[in-house]
Design a protein around this ligand. Structure first.
Ligand code: FES
Length: 152
């Protein structure tokens, strides 16, 4: 069975018909041509697919698209303001907070959520609240620094 879902993604309204089992991640990548959110584990373990729904972080691989009728979704593609990068995107560049870059969209979306949720008070707090985002290159020290610098 399939359903129609209307949602706003990065400020643009979309109405799509999807199989009821479609994840938000697949909706973004395959139906809306937004491949910035990455499919690492597809099982809620790595955080590479993190996006904001109503300003809160979710693992888009674990979120059913059909549950999001009327939702407001922000992905890495919608974070910059035109040519103006989001402060956390700038901080990732300044701090050199990535190597291969695969986890970076999820790290940045999670970092934005972490700051907005008020969980970026200290390095320890950031580490705790971003523990769902894995980085195989081991850039954690710089990622935490970038989030901390943006929050303060
Ligand atoms: Fe969603 Fe890994 S792809 S948590």
């Amino acid at each position: 069975p399939s359903s129609r879902v209307s949602l706003t993604v990065n400020g643009e309204r979309h109405t799509v018909t999807v199989d009821n089992r479609t994840s938000l991640l697949d909706l973004l990548r395959e139906h809306l041509d937004l491949p910035g959110s990455k499919k690492g584990c597809n099982a809620g373990a790595c955080g590479a697919c993190t996006v904001l729904v109503g300003g809160r972080r979710v693992n888009s691989c674990l979120t059913l698209a059909v549950r999001l009728d009327g939702a407001d979704v922000t992905t890495i593609e919608g974070l910059a303001d035109g040519d103006q990068l989001h402060p956390l995107q700038k901080a990732f560049i300044e701090e050199d907070a990535f190597q291969c870059g695969y986890c970076t969209p999820g790290q940045i979306m999670s970092g934005v959520g972490c700051i907005q949720e008020g969980h970026a008070g200290s390095k320890d707090e950031i580490r705790e609240w971003m523990s769902g985002n894995l980085c195989r290159c081991g850039c954690y020290v710089k990622i935490v620094r970038a989030v901390e610098q943006t929050a303060h």
